[in-house]
Design a protein around this ligand. Structure first.
Ligand SMILES: Nc1ncnc2c1ncn2[C@@H]1O[C@H](COP(=O)(O)OP(=O)(O)OP(=O)(O)O)[C@@H](O)[C@H]1O
Length: 241
């Protein structure tokens, strides 16, 4: 499997002098196509920083970021923006769905913003919703969806257009455990469809769905659990425990 996301010796320093904060220190991380990696660690250990740098939203102070084989720092600002739009999807704890749009309209929006015609964008959005078992929710508005359904629509929106990288910040944080499991099942399904996912979580139960868990402490990746036996056996949580 090829690497979808690579961080090579990535460091991030905020501020300078006495206010300097080393948010990341020489972090190496490779996430392969279809792989689900959980990132855990105490508050302030650098988890969100890792996600924003992997998502090309911020630049590292040192080191390289390679997304889908493209070295980000070597790309022009425009190329980077295109890479971000077309390759990377984001999922947040609070879903961030637009209240005035139906589920399918929310999912189609990134494609429409990227210049895809409305009809084609809606068709692609329906296809993703269908693949993820949400077809019957397509015409509902966010306030007609449960928290779990909203988060699954947010995941559909993040992978529409065959984006290869999914970055999720506490995607199950606001959900009860059943809804959280449905979301994790969907992230695994996205992996089967070839999406590489990096997920920040505080929840060990949710992390048990991952192929690997990376622990951050004071900006260093201090431990990585061994890869599990393979994604097939991970469709049920704890299968690799
Ligand atoms: N824009 C910024 N300016 C200055 N310092 C920052 C900035 N962003 C993060 N930091 C600092 O970098 C360190 C890592 O922060 P980060 O948000 O990545 O941690 P985290 O592990 O995601 O924490 P939490 O679990 O609380 O969200 C912290 O000390 C934080 O205060």
């Amino acid at each position: 499997m090829s690497a979808a996301v690579e961080l090579r010796g990535v460091s991030k320093v905020y501020g300078s002098g006495p206010t300097e904060v080393h948010a990341l220190r020489e972090v190496d991380l490779t996430v392969r196509t279809g792989e689900l990696v959980a990132v855990m660690g105490p508050s302030g250990s650098g988890k969100s920083t890792l996600l924003t740098i992997a998502g090309t939203l911020e630049e590292p102070t040192a080191g390289d970021v390679v997304i889908a084989g493209q070295e980000v720092a070597r790309r022009s600002r425009n190329d980077r923006a295109r890479l971000r739009r077309q390759t990377i999807g984001y999922v947040f704890q609070n879903y961030n769905l637009l209240a005035g749009l139906t589920a399918v309209e929310n999912v189609a929006l990134p494609l429409e913003l990227d210049g895809v015609r409305v009809k084609a964008a809606r068709a692609a959005a329906m296809d993703v919703l269908d693949r993820l078992g949400l077809a019957e929710r397509a015409t509902r508005y966010p306030d007609e969806l449960s928290g779990g359904e909203s988060q699954r629509v947010a995941i559909a929106r993040a992978v529409v257009g065959d984006r290869q990288v999914l970055l999720a910040d506490e995607p199950t944080g606001a959900l009860d455990s059943l809804s959280g499991e449905a979301v994790m099942r969907m992230l695994r399904q996205a992996g089967h469809d070839g999406v590489a996912t990096v997920m920040v979580t505080h929840d060990a139960q949710m992390a048990s769905w991952a192929d690997r868990v990376v622990f951050l402490r004071d900006g260093r990746a201090v431990d990585q659990t061994a890869p599990g036996p393979g994604p097939e056996s991970l469709l049920t949580p704890g299968a690799n425990a």
